[in-house]
Design a protein around this ligand. Structure first.
Ligand SMILES: [Zn+2]
Length: 284
């Protein structure tokens, strides 16, 4: 089984996680830029973070044969802080970098006017840099946040097939499917979306234009929930081809629209890539 996790915050994870992910079949991932818990107070702490997403993390991932890509943006939560507004000015130079495969995470947190301004401006950056966009939906008032997000996406003029609306659930999936955008789901250990609920959604809505991720970050989360969901799909009658579509070919198709995915041609055919490589074990 080969797995492409389309949304995972490896900055918050340990080297042991990379090793366990590789053993479970994760061969590629996308790490979206987001907030770090502790509020940032200057543009410099964003650029240091962005540099880590395009430099240090790909190196760390490569020790386990995992291809690391990033999405870059001013996240919705920090879009409300005037000290972070100038982050928008530095984004263009990051969006041109190798392995930056989308603008994101953008969207709403509390649905303020400041968030909407940053959201709309960054959709225009996605269009200008010919990149897809990854849209985070708010955890509070999700249905209204999702509907408003689809409206902002439609007004921007970006092609819906180049937009993924993420963190969906049973309530929001239908609107997103009807919009033509990709539907993203984040599987968590005990809240929001679980492997059994995800499999039920796949039975009802199908496997087309669906992205399933672990979203693992600094909160309670599990980078192996992609694999757990894939195993449950097989146990409930989906074929290996269905699993490969959801966990590999779909993310490759969505982020491939950037023209910047870096996957090996023969990656599918090989065994776990880390086996033949030297694995980074030390912290130095
Ligand atoms: Zn995220």
């Amino acid at each position: 089984m080969r797995i492409f996790d389309p949304h995972i915050h490896m900055t918050s994870r340990t080297t042991d996680d990379y090793e366990r992910m590789a053993a479970a079949g994760v061969r590629a991932l996308v790490e979206p830029a987001f907030w770090l818990g502790q509020p940032r107070t200057s543009v410099g702490s964003f650029t240091d973070y962005f540099d880590a997403l395009v430099g240090w993390e790909p190196f760390r991932a490569s020790q386990f044969g995992i291809r690391h890509h990033a999405t870059i943006a001013l996240n919705p939560k920090e879009a409300n802080d005037p000290r972070c507004a100038d982050v928008l000015e530095v984004l263009p130079r990051y969006l041109e970098k190798d392995r930056v495969v989308a603008v994101g995470e953008i969207g709403y947190d509390s649905m303020t006017a400041e968030e909407e301004t940053a959201f709309a401006a960054q959709l225009q950056l996605a269009i200008a840099h010919e990149l897809p966009a990854l849209v985070h939906t708010p955890h509070r008032d999700k249905a209204r946040g999702t509907e408003r997000s689809i409206k902002v996406v439609a007004e921007s003029g970006i092609e819906p097939g180049r937009v993924a609306i993420d963190h969906l659930n049973e309530v929001t999936v239908r609107t997103v499917k009807e919009s033509g955008c990709w539907a993203g789901f984040s599987i968590y250990p005990d809240t929001k979306m679980s492997p059994p609920r995800m499999v039920e959604i796949l039975k009802e809505f199908g496997t087309d234009r669906v992205l399933v991720n672990s979203a693992a970050d600094w909160g309670r989360s599990d980078p192996l929930l992609t694999r757990e969901t894939a195993d449950l799909m097989l146990a409930q009658g989906f074929t290996e081809d269905d699993v490969d579509l959801v966990f590999w070919r779909n993310p490759v198709e969505f982020y491939g629209q950037s023209g910047k995915l870096e996957l090996e041609d023969d990656q599918a055919e090989r065994g776990p890539l880390f086996e033949g490589n030297s694995i980074l074990r030390g912290g130095s």
